[in-house]
Ligand binder design. Structure first.
Ligand code: GDG
Length: 476
């Protein structure tokens, strides 16, 4: 069996607390344990290493080799904060207004990808299958190919792929696209992301397609759609069972009040200010809920070194204060804004305890919170999911109340519908969604992806017309 090598910007180094690992880390570790494999990536540390110091920390646990390294301050600033998170992230989430492009950061982004490819090279075996994750590593296959790597290399994009009008605004759009074509398999969350990628390509170059097989820039590759899932059973297990004493007391305090929960990294793509205004519209348009409903927004700080993230944090603090000041009473606080990280098991219990899950990103590759909220519910008395049509998850969770997050009155109406929905309708919607979550779980995601990747012949095995081993065209 081929060894699987997973490369992602960050790796989850085991620390003995299995319950704290998020869905993606669990899925990747599962895949690695099954086939035996290696996980290669940044350990999250910033240290004083020079560009050519190849200091790696390599250790093995449970059949998985973890190979991690630190980044120096300059690379962290320009590769991670600047190009990955202040150019690609906003552009791919349709926020060109937040793109802060600097040629130097693009150069460092490419250089770090080159450096990582060089570091990985000595650890690779001839028949390893490589699975590269996400937007930090768009040029990674191109760098490996330049070093002569012929292994199968797959890529999965966790975030949306923008349409050509957006993508082509990125100064290095042509280079990025050409680099992506060095992957053998390009996986996307939704069909519209896959289509957008192909449209970007056909705008720029002659592309030939036969089903999901394509040739562009003289390179052959396959595209596919693999919506990422969760582990519904493990989430259910975390969510049920006795409540911690503080939560049990809180539940008693709440009495019959309806509870709305929202939870995500504090990120402008998640639509938090728009959501606060939608909640305000609920209180305004449906005053019967005043004093009887409560909205809790959990939003741990994320990428706090990027300006746009600091701005949104201030905006939310102001908005939360304004709404509470306007509608609150001495006995009732309408909105709880918690800029804190919650332990995963506790979070799943909170999801189960609440009546409405409000997940309204302006743009999201998939959105695992929406799936986790549903999986955490009590099947006999489930809560209702209100979900943005711009989350990848909306393609699968069609029994949620689907809303346009830019339309605060529509979101308010959905919240009112959720708060007053009869039990039989809640159960029926929940069952529909659980059936999808069970079918398309995280195991299904990685199995279908890896099956497709393994079905591609390794480049060194591709036979040319004369029956000789031929290599496919590579970047000059
Ligand atoms: C990217 C794409 C795609 C959140 N707050 C806390 C906490 N979380 C956990 C959630 C969930 C995870 O973080 C977030 O996953 P999402 O999918 O919702 O969003 P992104 O972080 O933006 O992820 C996204 C995903 O990749 C996977 O492909 O779905 O579209 O943007 O698991 O539960 N976990 C804990 N405390 C918190 O306060 N423990």
């Amino acid at each position: 069996m081929n060894r699987l090598v997973v490369v992602s910007n960050r790796i989850a180094i085991p620390n003995g607390t299995k319950a704290s690992a998020g869905g993606l880390a669990v899925g990747i570790m599962d895949a690695l344990k099954t086939t035996g494999g290696m996980w290669f990536g940044w350990n999250g540390e910033i240290n004083e290493i020079g560009e050519d110091d190849e200091e790696m920390n390599v250790f093995e646990q449970d059949n998985i080799t973890y190979a991690s390294f630190g980044l120096n301050q300059n690379d962290y600033d320009l590769y991670y904060l600047q190009f990955s998170n202040a150019v690609i992230w906003p552009a791919f989430h349709y926020r060109l207004d937040l793109v802060n492009f600097q040629r130097e950061a693009w150069d460092v982004y490419c250089r770090v990808n080159r450096m990582l490819a060089r570091r990985l090279l000595p650890l690779l075996k001839a028949d390893d299958v490589l699975w590269i994750h996400d937007y930090h590593l768009l040029p990674f296959a191109a760098e490996l190919r330049k070093l002569g790597v012929q292994n199968r290399i797959g890529f999965f994009l966790h975030i949306p792929f923008p349409t050509p009008e957006i993508f082509n605004a990125l100064p290095p759009h042509k280079e990025l696209l050409e680099m992506l074509c060095d992957y053998d398999l390009l996986g996307f969350q939704t069909e519209s992301d896959r289509t957008a990628f192909l449209e970007c390509l056909s705008f720029l170059t002659l592309m030939q397609s036969k089903g999901k097989k394509h040739t562009a820039f003289g390179k052959h590759f396959i595209t596919g759609v693999y919506p990422i899932g969760i582990e519904p059973d493990s989430i259910k297990e975390m969510a049920e069972g006795p409540l911690p004493p503080k939560m049990a007391a809180m539940k008693k305090d709440l009495g019959d009040a309806k509870n709305i929960i929202a939870c995500e990294r504090l990120d402008y793509s998640k639509g938090l200010p728009e959501r606060f205004l939608a909640y305000e519209a609920l209180l305004e348009n449906y005053p019967e809920h005043r004093g009887k409903i409560r909205f809790s927004q959990i939003a741990p700080t994320s990428r706090g070194d990027v300006q746009a993230y600091q701005d949104i944090r201030h905006q939310l603090e102001t908005e939360a204060g304004r709404i509470n000041g306007k509608y609150g009473t001495l006995g009732w606080t309408p909105l709880y804004y918690l800029n804190q990280h919650f332990e995963r098991r506790l979070l799943m219990k909170i999801f189960r305890l609440t009546d409405i899950g409000l997940v309204t990103p302006l743009r999201d590759g998939m959105n695992l919170v929406a799936k986790e909220y549903v999986a955490a519910q009590d099947p006999r008395d489930p809560g209702v999911l209100v979900l943005s049509r711009f989350a990848g998850a909306a393609n699968e969770l069609t029994s949620a109340l689907i809303v346009n997050p830019y339309d605060r009155d529509e979101v308010a109406a959905a919240l009112n519908q959720a708060a007053t929905m009869p039990l039989n309708e809640r159960i029926s919607r929940y069952k529909d969604m659980m059936a999808v979550l069970q079918k398309n779980d995280i195991t299904h995601w990685r199995k279908t992806y890896l099956k497709d990747l393994l079905a591609i012949p390794a480049r060194s095995q591709v036979l040319g017309e004369a029956g000789k081993v031929a290599t496919l065209p590579r970047l000059a």
